[in-house]
Design a protein around this ligand. Structure first.
Ligand SMILES: Cc1ncc(COP(=O)(O)O)c(C=O)c1O
Length: 443
């Protein structure tokens, strides 16, 4: 090739959540049944979509306009409905100011995966967005790929319920003037943390002081439990420019709809922010629009009187599962699991016992010597937590994701709260806890 055709960020596109699947598949010849604890798809894990929601989708699918293109921004009925929701939830929070938005402040995408690709892909290369570590890899990879450098991160601290280290946030913003924005995920994937209003207000204060914009991924905004109290970005952002990202994927749940949207706040507060938002819309225009049918279902589904109870029931279900997961890891020395208070995941972190250089000796029992040899070969040159994940797969068939795949230096792994079969889920958590104990005991 006479020119180098590779984008400078090409090597940064990593999605361990699915990459681990290729490794799990390579174990097929040993007939190991795999428990997929890597992917956050409630439907794949056995949850049935509520019959009344299916009725709404069925009815909408009977209308001709569901088969048509929609406006580039998204169907007007859905945008009117969502802008109304934002404005209605803006109750007064002491010391914080909410925003009001209109239909033109909503922009639909084909799932938040598409939104994230555009939000970072159309940012000027030198403009960096500081994000959490650990972080959902679509976000951290997209930021890294747009800049061509490693993702810039602030710490979430497992010893403080995964709360962000706000001093770290402020120092990184202060001493790196390429930082133009701050990313937060609330509730968080992969940690299950839910940020109290005070933390959100602190993010807003920092953004305002240093003239930054905020991107808040609110995919799990309606999956909060365990008494956690939080707020939407729209309730606290005041006059700071920002974006909240929301999706149908996890709360309906309907991940296959590929339907997510950005709520844009204070677009006109800054000329450059306004031009940037226009570029997102222009980029979407080249694709014509996002998928129409799920957008057209939004007012009927989310406006249905049964929806609040639907959300409450699901939050209670995940709370129970979070308790089961925490109980399975309780009292095991060498590992910390903070009980999730939102979203669909739990992350376990090895206290630094994997870092001592002797970890290559750690293994888990594997019946077939050829398989044990294969794992030994494959784990020669991988991160310590990935080594555990590979042995776990070979020994138990449970496929979790190493935390090192989430832009994190903390060794650990993420699993889900999604297995719908109660008995199987409890068995998975118990097996995970036992495997950790066994692994740490081999040295
Ligand atoms: C934090 C977060 N953001 C965005 C997404 C992408 O969601 P979707 O593309 O299905 O809307 C996910 C999916 O797991 C997620 O966990």
């Amino acid at each position: 090739m006479r020119r180098d055709i590779l984008h400078p960020g090409a090597g940064k596109l990593k999605y361990e959540i699915r990459e681990i699947v290729a490794f799990a598949r390579s174990l097929e010849k040993w007939d190991i049944p795999i428990q997929w604890e890597n992917i956050g798809d409630p439907v794949k894990k056995g949850e049935s979509v509520a019959p009344w929601i299916k009725d709404i989708v069925r009815e909408k699918a009977g209308e001709d306009l569901s088969y048509a293109y929609s406006e580039t921004e998204g169907a007007r009925s859905a945008r009117d409905f969502l802008a109304g929701l934002v404005n209605r939830r803006n109750t007064v929070i002491e010391g914080a100011a909410p925003v009001h938005i209109g239909a033109d402040d909503i922009l639909f995408f084909n799932g938040l995966g598409d939104a994230v690709a555009k939000v970072f892909g159309f940012l000027r290369r030198e403009a960096r967005v500081l994000g959490p570590s650990p972080a959902y890899s679509t976000l951290s990879s997209a930021e890294a790929a747009h800049s061509g450098y490693e993702h810039l991160t602030y710490r979430l601290d497992p010893n403080r319920d995964w709360m962000p280290d706000m001093a770290d946030v402020e120092l990184k913003v202060k001493y790196n003037d390429s930082v133009a924005g701050i990313l937060l995920i609330n509730p968080d994937n992969p940690t299950g943390a839910v940020y109290p209003v005070e933390v959100l207000k602190e993010f807003v204060r920092i953004a305002k002081s240093y003239d930054l914009f905020i991107v808040c991924d609110e995919t799990y905004a309606n999956i909060v439990y365990g008494g956690a109290k939080t707020a939407a970005l729209s309730q606290v952002i005041g006059d700071v420019p920002g974006l909240a990202l929301r999706s149908l994927s996890k709360e309906v749940p309907w991940p296959g709809a590929r339907c997510g949207w950005a709520e844009v706040y204070n677009r006109r507060a800054d000329e450059r922010f306004d031009a940037y938002i226009r570029s997102l819309l222009d980029a979407k225009r080249l694709e014509v629009c996002s998928t129409s049918l799920p957008q057209l279902c939004i007012p009927a589904i989310m406006g249905d009187p049964r929806y609040p109870e639907h959300l409450r029931r699901r939050a209670a279900m995940f709370e129970k599962r979070a308790e089961e997961a925490a109980a399975a890891f309780g009292g095991i020395p060498g590992i910390t699991l903070v009980k999730p208070r939102g979203a669909l995941y739990a992350s376990a972190v090895f206290d630094d016992v994997l870092e001592d250089g002797s970890n290559t000796a750690r293994t888990l029992p594997v019946k077939d010597p050829a398989l044990a040899e294969y794992i030994r070969e494959k784990t020669k040159d991988v991160a310590p937590d990935k080594r555990f994940v590979y042995w776990l797969l070979a020994s138990t068939g449970i496929c979790v994701v190493p935390l090192s795949g989430f832009a994190s230096e903390l060794p650990g792994f993420r699993f889900t709260l999604l297995e719908h079969d109660d008995e199987n889920r409890r068995r998975i958590y118990k097996t995970l806890g036992e495997a950790v104990k066994m692994y740490l005991a081999t040295n």
